[in-house]
Each structure stands twice: as C-alpha cells, then as structure tokens.
Design a protein around this ligand. Structure first.
Ligand code: HEM
Length: 145
C-alpha cells in the first residue's frame, strides 16, 4: 500500500515537473526488515509451529511430518516472500500438500495460527497483512489436492 501511495505521489510530482523520486524506497521499508529480518521470521515460524501443534483442528495433518525440515523450509519461504536475501529450497506447494485433501477450513485455521504467532511477536497489523498477502495466492495450490 505504501509503495503504491508512494508511486502515485511520485507520478504526481513528475507530472508537475519536480525531481526527487528516482530512488527506491529505503531498505528499512522492506517487509523483510519489518518482520525483524531472519531472526524475527524464525521467531514467527517457531511460534506458528507451536500453535499448529496445539491446534486440534489441524495438528493431525502433521503427524508424520519432519518438523525440523518444515521449520527450515518455512523460514526460507517466508524470507523469500518478504523480499529477504534467501533461497527457498523446498518443494512446490502443490507437490508438498498433494494427497492431504486440505479444506478451506484447514487453510483458514493455519492462517489464524499464523496471525496469532505474529500478534505474539507484536508485529503491526499492516506488517502482518503484507505477509498474508504474499502467502494468499498459494491457497489454490494447497487446498483440495
Ligand atoms: C499459506 C499456507 C501454507 C504455506 C505457506 C505452507 C507452506 C509449507 C511449506 C514451505 C512446507 C514444506 C515444504 C517442503 O518440505 O519442501 C509445507 C509442508 C506441509 N504443509 Fe503446508 N503450507 C501452508 C498451508 C498448509 C495447511 C493449511 C496445512 C494443513 C492444515 C499444511 C500442512 C502441511 C504438511 C502436513 C506439510 C508436510 C508434508 C510432509 O510431511 O510431507 N500446510 N507447507
């Protein structure tokens, strides 16, 4: 949103012949920075995994999962999605969730757990929403597979 507003403001300034809009938004504006870089992302992922483990709606799906691998892949994935200096080395969302036949309710439960994890980390709602917006398009690759 900020970037869009900023782009709009810059376009307006260019239209009226003013300079000063050539630079990119400052590094501190990136979602990666706002999440607290890798350490902050790792705390969110850890809190998410604890909440999933306690969530009777969805915990059973993870009964046979290598949680250490899941933790590592989520850390990488959230970093990449936040614009951080990472590489995602996990499998595709379609492949990894295939055969689980996850529902919208499952997906919503995990999103609720993620929001609770981000709340516990005292991340601003605007920052929470920016991460959720990055993950939301994956939904179609995750449910009913
Ligand atoms: C935005 C939502 C989601 C994201 C970003 C996401 C992301 C991931 C990632 C990165 C992995 C690891 C990939 C790998 O090992 O290569 C994974 C695995 C897994 N996810 Fe998700 N996931 C989401 C939703 C869900 C939901 C809703 C469920 C079930 C309620 C779920 C259940 C699982 C399970 C069980 C595994 C491990 C599969 C296995 O052990 O083979 N995921 N997910």
């Amino acid at each position: 949103m900020y970037r869009e507003l900023r782009a709009t403001a810059c376009a307006a300034l260019v239209l009226i012949g003013m300079a000063g809009c050539a630079s990119q938004p400052p590094e501190s504006d990136s979602l990666y920075q706002a999440l607290g870089e890798q350490a902050g992302i790792n705390r969110v992922v850890e809190a998410l995994l604890y909440r999933i483990a306690d969530d009777v709606r969805i915990a059973h799906h993870f009964a046979d999962t290598d949680i250490a691998r899941l933790q590592e892949k989520l850390q990488e994935q959230f970093c990449v999605e936040a614009g951080g200096p990472c590489e995602y080395t996990g499998d595709s969302m379609a492949d990894v969730h295939a055969g689980f036949d996850l529902t919208e309710a499952d997906f919503n439960a995990l999103v609720e757990d993620l929001i609770a994890a981000m709340e516990a980390e005292r991340l601003p709602v605007t920052v929470q929403n920016r991460l959720l917006q990055r993950l939301a398009p994956m939904r179609a690759d995750i449910i009913y597979r």
